[in-house]
Design a protein around this ligand. Structure first.
Ligand SMILES: Cc1cc2nc3c(=O)[nH]c(=O)nc-3n(C[C@H](O)[C@H](O)[C@H](O)COP(=O)(O)OP(=O)(O)OC[C@H]3O[C@@H](n4cnc5c(N)ncnc54)[C@H](O)[C@@H]3O)c2cc1C
Length: 353
């Protein structure tokens, strides 16, 4: 497989109709971008996943988020295959199928606390969720559940094939944004062999891989949404405003680009390995909290520039979709929850320039 050239991909994406972007990703072998070559992926660095997610979200928040969630899941699966031939073979089969990997974490009882689960590992694992995205497009699920078989309960992650899953849609979740994603609360029954359970505890998997991959890719998605708002506001100012008004608006847009630069600098900073695990955890939480806030700030400021034309549901300067999409950022794993978690580890990390 030829190496990825981000610029070429961005050019190709620009020509694909929004409704066909997910098909384009599957046909272009981009769904396993960062998965190592021996496991059937492209072996690209996470920086390429970030670049591609940004370009997708600049076109559509729903496509950007779907790709970000899927890539974080498949990247985590690949990183924690360990010595399991079963998990490696299933990963290659999933990649060959062109289907997505969905995340089955959030439950009604545990909210956004990923480190809690009430579901228990068992033959016929039963898990009810508050929201699981793109289930109809998924070929596999990464599910968290408690393992009560040892002296102490341990939260684990298990990979379950979609064709071994009984899924009942309890309620379709029509959200404020991200509406091109099938979001719903589900009642699942999962069947799987013992080899489908990852050897490492979920806490290890999350801190080593999943949290960082998720927050980096989500932040790239918010950056793409903010870029779309900036593009729209700039086009509006150039095409619709008289020159004497356009000039100060361009300065305001340039200030907003300072904020966008800050968001992108936070992403680039988090692509480098941190000095200690505590510093890494604090930095990735700060990327998630600050990045989602900056993206909302930029997008809402662009709305004030485009005024009524941006507030319109449709039309060449409508920001309706991008505003609705970006508002999911601070909620997807609540920023307040992450801030409380970060406050607990702040004394162990001393951030320096
Ligand atoms: C578009 C979209 C797609 C999603 N897709 C999936 C998916 O595919 N799979 C999946 O598993 N999940 C998914 N989720 C769920 C998501 O990951 C979060 O779990 C969920 O958004 C959190 O829900 P919550 O706000 O009800 O819960 P909580 O995080 O429990 O928060 C509830 C409230 O409590 C507050 N709060 C919580 N802890 C603290 C604290 N320590 N200090 C102060 N306040 C606190 C929060 O600020 C919030 O106001 C998706 C969510 C969205 C928006």
């Amino acid at each position: 497989m030829s190496p990825l050239k981000s610029v070429d991909i961005a050019r190709q994406i620009a020509e694909v109709p929004t409704g066909h972007l997910m098909d384009f990703l599957a046909e272009s072998d981009l769904l396993a971008l960062t998965v190592p070559l021996p496991l059937g992926g492209r072996g690209a660095p996470m920086a390429d996943g970030v670049a591609l997610t940004f370009d997708l979200a600049r076109r559509s928040g729903s496509v950007g988020l779907t790709y970000a969630m899927h890539l974080a899941q498949i990247h985590t699966w690949a990183a924690h295959v360990g010595g399991s031939a079963y998990l490696a073979d299933e990963l290659r089969a999933l990649i060959a199928s062109g289907k997505l990997v969905a995340s089955v974490v959030s439950e009604p009882g545990t909210g956004g606390n990923i480190h809690k689960a009430t579901a228990v590992l068992a033959e016929g694992l039963q898990k009810d969720t508050s929201n699981t995205s793109y289930v109809p497009q998924a070929g596999a699920f990464l599910v968290t559940a408690m393992d009560d078989s040892g002296p102490k309960p341990v939260q684990r992650m298990v990979m379950v094939r979609a064709d071994q899953t009984q899924a009942t849609e309890k309620q379709r979740n029509f959200m404020m944004g991200m509406n091109a994603i099938h979001n719903a609360a589900w009642s699942f029954t999962f069947r799987y062999p013992p080899e489908a359970v990852f050897a490492e505890p979920f806490a290890t998997i999350a801190s080593a891989t999943m949290t960082a991959a998720t927050h980096l890719l989500w932040a790239a998605m918010w950056s793409g949404l903010a870029a779309r708002a900036l593009d729209t506001a700039q086009r509006y100012a150039k095409q619709e405003l008289p020159p004497d008004i356009a000039a100060p608006v361009m300065t305001r847009l340039s200030e907003l680009r300072n904020r966008h630069y800050t968001l992108n600098a936070l992403i680039r900073d988090n692509l480098r390995p941190a000095i200690t695990p505590f510093a890494a955890a604090a930095a990735i939480n700060r990327l998630k909290i600050t990045g989602s806030e900056i993206a909302c700030e930029i997008t809402l400021a662009c709305l004030t520039i485009t005024g009524l034309r941006g507030y319109a549901e449709s039309g060449p300067y409508s920001l309706a979709e991008v505003v609705r999409d970006v508002l999911s950022g601070p909620l997807m794993v609540a920023n307040a929850r992450l801030q409380a978690n970060t406050a607990g580890i702040d004394r162990y990390s001393d951030d320096r320039p």
